[in-house]
Ligand binder design. Structure first.
Ligand code: SAM
Ligand code: DTB
Ligand code: SF4
Length: 364
């Protein structure tokens, strides 16, 4: 097995991205086979445990309270509901549940305690548990780890340069610091981004450099295609072509050979042939279930038909890393610290975010 390279430069990544397609595919598929079984694809189910009403201004996100989108917001789900959904996901072939909350960051208190109980409950069902809850401190990461969390998702989303044109309520460094906090535990890191937000190819390469130069590299990297939702600042952006998705997946596979590359948002726009090309190019994970967090995703039965057609098998849980142990709340060695971390608020003006906010105000 080849050594992992960590010192990627933007130019090297761009040179890979822009290779003639047949060479790019061949190289990516070759690396894919060295590190993974090409017929195994991880299936993860998303669960929006707290929907909408988010204080952040992420330009792509239908859950930001300041934009007027057609989603139904919800308070934090009960542990029982989460358990029932996890059992359904398991029965339909998922090995992982990813719980998402529309939070800027985690706050110590009852709601976080409830999330910790959700983590314990799903880990006891012998499924990999992932959470995506916004920024977290080292202590919060340790408490999640102790509850049995397998992965924490925290996307860089794009390059550091372009981030400033997408979000003004936090800085890129906050994201890196959270990933660093997760790395102080046994929890694996899931971090990726979105293509099709109007970024340049240099930004796609910049994001991949930021991820691939982390040592260790993230254990999973979701590649989302923007789902342009009405009411968000990005509502009018045209969908990316499948060829861009294939190039992005292949490049991700080449620069991060060990990672699970996940086809994430945007699959409803992709044909089976397109997705098959992505699997060939090194994608080996999908989000399954008819809903992502708030937007549609292909039907589970259709996905299973696609798996049958392509001879793909769902990956079993804990094949890449052993199942963590769950420590019960009463036996925990960590206390909530009630920290008030100073996550940054650059608050610079992003024209299209401002316009979407004004439009939302006007429609009230
Ligand atoms: N609030 C937490 C956070 O931002 O880290 C967790 C949930 S947030 C919805 C998780 C990720 O979903 C974002 O980082 C982004 O990559 C993705 N996402 C959100 N809206 C999207 C959209 N319209 N299209 C594609 N991906 C999207
Ligand atoms: C990720 O990278 N994509 C998922 C998951 N991690 C949390 C979320 C996609 C959300 C798409 C928009 C929505 O459904 O609200
Ligand atoms: Fe909030 Fe996360 Fe959506 Fe940003 S991406 S608005 S932080 S839910």
């Amino acid at each position: 097995m080849k050594d992992i390279k960590y010192n990627w430069t933007r130019q090297e990544v761009l040179d890979i991205y822009n290779k003639p397609m047949m060479e790019l595919l061949y190289e990516a598929a070759t690396i894919h086979r060295e590190f993974h079984n090409p017929n195994h694809v991880q299936v993860s189910t998303l669960l929006s445990i707290k929907t909408g009403g988010c204080p952040e201004d992420c330009g792509y996100c239908p859950q930001a309270a300041r934009y007027h989108t057609d989603i139904e917001g919800n308070d934090l789900m009960s542990v029982q509901h989460v358990k029932a959904q996890a059992l359904r996901a398991k029965a339909s072939g998922s090995s992982r549940v990813c719980m998402g909350a529309a939070w800027r960051n985690v706050k110590d208190g009852e709601e976080f305690d409830q999330v910790l109980e959700m983590v314990r409950t799903i880990n006891k069902l012998d499924m990999e548990v992932c959470c995506t809850l916004g920024m977290i401190t080292e202590n919060q990461a340790k408490r999640l780890a102790e509850a049995g969390l397998y992965a924490y998702n925290h996307n860089l989303d794009t390059s550091e340069d372009y981030y400033k044109d997408v979000i003004s309520t936090r800085a890129y460094q906050d994201r890196l610091d959270t990933i660093d906090n997760v790395r102080k535990t046994n929890v694996t890191v899931c971090s990726g981004g979105i293509i099709g937000m109007g970024e340049k190819l240099e930004d796609r390469a910049g994001m991949l450099v930021a991820l691939a130069t982390l040592n260790p590299q993230p254990e999973s990297v979701p590649i989302n295609a923007l789902v342009a939702v009405e009411g968000t600042p990005m509502e009018d952006i045209e969908p990316v072509s499948i060829w861009e998705m294939i190039r992005m997946v292949a490049t991700t596979r080449i620069v991060m050979p060990q990672t699970q590359v996940r086809l994430s948002a945007g699959r409803t726009e992709m044909s089976r042939e397109g997705q098959a090309m992505c699997f060939f190019a090194g994608a080996n994970s999908i989000f399954a279930g008819d809903k992502l967090l708030t937007t549609p995703n292909p039907d589970v039965n259709e996905d299973m038909e696609m798996f049958n057609l392509l001879g793909l098998e769902p990956q079993k849980p804990f094949v890449k890393k052993a199942q963590p142990e769950t420590v019960e709340a009463e036996a925990s060695k960590y206390q909530p610290l009630g920290e008030k971390p100073k996550w940054s608020r650059p608050e610079h003006t992003i024209e299209r975010n401002e316009e979407a906010k004004q439009k939302a105000k006007a429609s009230e």
